[in-house]
Ligand binder design. Structure first.
Ligand SMILES: Nc1ncnc2c1ncn2[C@@H]1O[C@H](COP(=O)(O)OP(=O)(O)OP(=O)(O)O)[C@@H](O)[C@H]1O
Length: 247
């Protein structure tokens, strides 16, 4: 059990989620401090995406308590919306909008005045080399362009907690570098939980890491230096099978 601590940004207390008979998340406890970046790793099917979706309020937990800044997050309340920005592995874009329209729509959705969002959006569009395609329909975007627009749509919000599911997939090397730079910029990105199988990239942006397996935290690394080696040791210790990690 995680005791309520006013210093924590997020507290997960015995969070449990099953799909039918399958237990995807099992009595999971953890806490995130403001400004902390956490790498979430583990084999396919470990429950990483499910956990992010529960925190973002996309799916409901079966039991347990989720607290943001000490306040319990109840079903359909606006607390998660105001504190958490979530990007799933496939960004939820609208094919018949262009990037400018989509970002304006996103700002309206999160009740952020477009005038205050605009400077950040402009900077992000430029840094991700998306300015030239800003008026092109999203349906004509490549996978990497879709991913970049998804990242821009969460980064401009400056939320206290950013949840990223496989943010590096489909990005070219310039876009990977740009993403790393933003994730390292504490004036831009505050606390974050980042799911990735690319441990080299995760090592560059996460302060610590949590290893999930079968819906439970099986190991926690207080630092991400030599993350691959730490993970290999944990795999041996817990007899994990994970062929997904990129070498
Ligand atoms: N909507 C759903 N209905 C049924 N089972 C689900 C659903 N969503 C997830 N699961 C199951 O829950 C388990 C955890 O899935 P999840 O997507 O969270 O894993 P993951 O750790 O993100 O895996 P990966 O590394 O492959 O992305 C898997 O066994 C998956 O099949």
């Amino acid at each position: 059990m995680i005791a309520t601590n006013a210093l924590n940004l997020l507290e997960l207390d015995k969070i449990t989620k099953a799909f039918g008979d399958y237990s995807a998340i099992s009595e999971l406890n953890t806490a995130v401090m403001p400004g902390e970046r956490i790498g979430l790793i583990g084999p396919n099917g470990a429950g990483k995406s499910t956990l992010l979706k529960i925190i973002a309020g996309i799916i409901s937990k079966d039991s347990g308590e989720l607290r943001l800044e000490g306040q319990q997050v109840l079903k359909n309340n606006d607390l998660a919306k105001s504190k958490v920005a979530y990007l799933p592995d496939e960004p939820p874009l609208y094919d018949l909008l262009n990037a400018n329209e989509y970002l304006e729509y996103t700002a309206a959705l999160w009740k952020i005045p477009i005038e205050s969002a605009e400077p950040k959006i402009k900077e992000l569009m430029k840094r991700y080399q998306m300015t030239d395609v800003s008026t092109l329909w999203i349906k004509n975007y490549s996978k990497g362009m879709r991913q970049k627009l998804g990242l821009i749509s969460v980064l401009f919000r400056g939320s206290p907690l950013l949840l990223l599911d496989e943010p590096f997939t489909a990005l070219d090397t310039d876009a990977v570098d740009t993403t790393i730079q933003y994730l390292q910029d504490r004036s831009f990105v505050h606390a974050a939980m980042i799911v990735s199988h690319d441990l080299d990239l995760l090592e560059q942006v996460a302060d610590r890491a949590i290893v999930l397996d079968k819906g439970q935290i099986i190991a926690e690394f207080p630092s991400c230096s030599n993350l691959k080696e730490q993970y290999e040791n944990a795999k041996r210790r817990f007899q994990l099978e994970d062929a997904s990690v990129q070498n």
